[in-house]
Design a protein around this ligand. Sequence first.
Ligand code: CMC
Length: 482
Amino acid sequence: MDRLNKVNYQFAPAAAAGGSKKDSLSVVDNRTGKSYELPIKDGAINATDLAKIKSPAGAVTRSYDPAYMNTVNCISRISFINGEKGILEYRGYPIEQLAGKSTFLEVAFLLVHGELPTSKQLATFSKKVMKNSAYHHGLEPFIKAFRHDAHPMAMMSTLMAALSSFYPEANPAYVGAGIYNSRQERNKHIYRVLGCAPAIAAACYRHRIGKPINPPKEDLGYIENFLYMMDADPSDKDYRPHPKIVNAIEILFILHAEHELNCSTAAIRHMTSSQADVYTSLAGAVTALYGPRHGGANEAVLRMLDSIGSVDNIPQFIQDVKNRKKVLMGFGHRVYKNYDPRAKLVRTIADDVFSIVGREPMIEIAMELERIALSDEYFVKRKLYPNVDFYSGVIYKALGIPTEMFTIMFTLPRLSGWLAHWDEFVEDPENKIVRPRQIYKGYKRRDYVPAVERRQLVDQELKYVIDSKDARREASLKEARA
Ligand code: CMC
C-alpha cells in the first residue's frame, strides 16, 4: 500500500478497500491532515464543496479548468451527446430519426418546448414564426451601410445586437429581468428571432452581391422562403426553390440546430446570466460561432480544400498537419471521440445535391483526405474523426453559396438551440451571474512611480511612423501655423 492509500485507508477504510457504495469522494488534505467527504451527484462533485477544504492559512481550494475540459456548468434537458459512441439526441430523439422524418420548424419547437408538437401546435407555431419573417424596417439602413465585402458573420452579429435597440420595452436594462418570467413574453422573442433571421441573412447576401433585397413570402415554407429571399430576381415570376434543394437544406438545418454546451451556447448562457437582453446575448453567441475552431470551421474547410488543390497534394498536407504547421479543419471535436453522427448524415446528402446541381470536384479531395487521415496513426491515436463541418462546406459550395456565407448557414438553425438554452436558463433555479475565478500571478502591490523616475520596463520599441499621407498633411499644417 503506498502512502496515499495508507492515509485513505485510515480515513475511509471501506472505500480504500473498494467496499463502499457511497456516492461520495473521500479527500485527504495532505497540507493539514484533515479529511473531507464530497458528495458525488450525477457523476459530478460540486466545485463549491472544494471551498470547504482550506489551507493552513485559511485559503479555500478551487478547481482549475481553463477550457472547461472537465467542468459541468449547468443541468440541461435539451440535448444529449455520447462522444465515445457518437450519439446525439435532441430531447431524447436520435438525430438520425429527426433528420429522416422531421422538419426544421418541428425540431425548433421540440428544442424550445421539450416535446414534439401536435399537428395543430406545429401549424400555429409555423404561422407565428412566418408572421415574424420580416425584420424591423429600421434594420435595413444598417444592412446597407456595410461594405459589399463585409463578412456576413460580422454583419449578423452586429444586426442581432442592433435588433435589441428596437425593442426597449422587452429589455431587462430598461424594464428589469422579470420581463422574461412570462412564457408568453419569451415566445414572442423566439418567434421573432426564428422568423426574421433568414430575412436578415438573405438581405446580407443580396447586399453583398449588389442585388435588391427581397421581402419574405409568409405563405412559403421556412426553408423555401429563405431560398426565395436569397435567389428570386425581379424578373422571376412565381419563383419556387427546387424541392430537393429545400430538402437538403432542411436536413442540414436539423443537424445544426443544437449541440449542448458548445462554445457559442455556453456564450449565450454566459451573456444571459448578466441579464443582457436576448438579442444582445444572441449577438454574443453569433460571435462565438464565427471562429474557425467552432462554426467557422465549415468556411475554413473549404479554404483548406482549395489550398490543397488536388488529391496528389494530400500526403504533403497530412505531413504538414503532423508537423503542426497546419490543422486539418473539419476534424476533431472536444466531445466526440468517434465519428460525429452529424458528419455521417451530411455525407449522405451530398449525392442528392450533386444530382441536381452537378458534382463538386472538391468532394474527391475531401474523401481522399478523410480516407488517409482515418488510417494514419496521428489521427487514430488522438481519436480525430470528421466533424459536422467537414462535408457541409462542399455541399454549400456545390449549391453556389459563397464561402463567407457558410457559417451563416450554421447560424440560422443554431438560433433554435441558443433560444432553447436561453429559455431554459431564464427559468433555471440555479440561474446566477456566471463569474469564474482566476489564479493571480501578477505583481504584488507596488507604488506608483512618477514618469521622470521610471526605467523602461516594457521591452517594446514604440515608434510613431508617419505615412506619406500624414506627412503631407502635417507639413501643410506646420506651414499654415508658421
Ligand atoms: N488537426 C490536427 N490535429 C488536431 C486537430 C485537427 N483538426 N484537432 C485536434 N488535434 C490534435 C491536437 O493538436 C492535440 O494533439 P496533442 O495532444 O498532440 O497536442 C489533440 O489532437 C487534442 O486536441 P485538442 O486541441 O486538445 O482538442 P480540443 O478539444 O481542445 O479541440 C477542436 C477541439 C474542435 C477545437 C479541435 O479539434 C480543432 O481545432 N479542430 C479543427 C477545427 C474544427 O473542425 N472545428 C469544428 C468543430 S465541430 C463544429 C462545432 O463547432 O460544433
